[in-house]
Write a protein that binds this ligand. Structure first.
Ligand code: 8YV
Length: 328
């Protein structure tokens, strides 16, 4: 290990910098091992960067606020960005690529848990399980009688937008429900047993439920626009466990409040933690606070993988799970 990384064996890491608040498990696992300086918020941020920016070689981050082009520019010797999370949408990958900065994420270890969340949203939205629970608690079973009928999940036609690791885990689960799976992806997945749709609109118009499992980046921004939502139609449901940026949220809200979509199950939003209040009164909409991967086991596995990337970079100059390879 280079001498500038560790001072006197006390695991005080120099040359590294933490950006933003970390989710609790990553915070705890990191704090148990290392002391790493945090980038202060303004008003101290600019002064800190002017004084220490050139010392920073590795950045640790965990989703937002991430690392934008300005921050990359303020860290002239940055070599690697380690993200605790699969999605790297809060990191300016173009700015990193231009400078040859490596970027790592935490793939695979969260796929099953996020897929479980998607199934939970499908079941809750179509069967009205959340609304049914509220019905009992409000005493309405007693005062109003039986809860209204819901929609079957078994045998549904489900379209998956983005058949990557998470999308595939969702599809596998849905096979157990006898669902017919179709997908759209930037590229057709060789050997996939599922029907391929040429476009998001073509996928949406041929399914009962559209599940978004793409990455969130500038290529997927508003991929699910008004035209796709209208193609899904008044009998169709939208489920999103990916990123709010993939959906034209204003159009989604307008169609849901106008009764032109059957319902939606949403774990992610355009401007988290703000959720359009127009959705709060709709029983055909299920709203989660971005909990796709939020189990104790998975958050620990993610934290340990992020730390493995960090340690590997410090000792070998290689990231374990890079989304962007370092180019010295
Ligand atoms: C976390 C996520 O909320 O992995 C992702 O991309 O969206 C979530 O698992 C995020 O990483 C913050 O820790």
């Amino acid at each position: 290990m280079d001498p500038w990384w560790i001072l006197g064996g006390v695991q005080t890491i120099t040359g590294a910098l933490r950006i933003g608040a970390f989710e609790p498990t990553f915070e705890a696992e990191l704090a148990a091992r290392y002391e790493i300086p945090k980038l202060p918020e303004e008003p101290g941020r600019a002064g800190f960067l002017a004084q220490h920016g050139a010392e920073v070689r590795v950045v640790l981050t965990s989703g937002g606020p991430g690392v934008d082009a300005d921050l990359v520019a303020a860290l002239p010797n940055l070599e690697a960005i380690v993200n605790n999370g699969a999605g790297v949408d809060a990191i300016d990958l173009d700015a990193a690529r231009r400078r040859g900065i490596g970027v790592s994420n935490t793939p695979d270890v969260l796929s099953d848990t996020v897929a479980d969340t998607a199934l939970g949203l499908i079941l809750m939205t179509l069967r009205g399980f959340g609304a049914a629970d509220r019905y009992v608690r409000a005493g309405r079973w007693v005062s109003e009688g039986p809860f209204p009928y819901a929609r079957d999940v078994t045998g549904l036609r489900v379209g998956i937008l983005g058949l990557g690791r998470i999308g595939s885990a969702i599809a596998t689960r849905l096979l157990g429900f006898g669902c017919a799976i179709a997908y759209h992806n930037r590229h057709r997945v060789a050997g996939s047993p599922y029907r391929y749709a040429e476009s998001p609109v073509e996928l949406a118009e041929s399914v009962d439920v559209l599940v978004i499992a793409t990455t969130g980046d500038r290529n997927t921004r508003h991929l699910v626009d008004r035209a796709v939502l209208e193609a899904l139609g008044p009998q169709g449901y939208l489920v999103n466990i990916a990123r709010g940026s993939v959906v034209e949220q204003d159009a989604l809200v307008a169609l849901l409040t106008g009764g032109r979509l059957a319902g939606a199950g949403l774990d992610v939003f355009a401007d988290e933690p703000n959720v359009p209040p127009e959705l709060f009164g709709l029983d055909n909409v299920v709203l989660f606070p971005h909990i796709g991967s939020a189990t104790a086991q998975t958050r620990r596995a993610m934290a340990l993988l992020a730390i493995r990337n960090f340690e590997s970079y410090l000792s070998t100059g290689e990231l374990v799970t890079p989304v962007l390879a370092r180019r010295p």
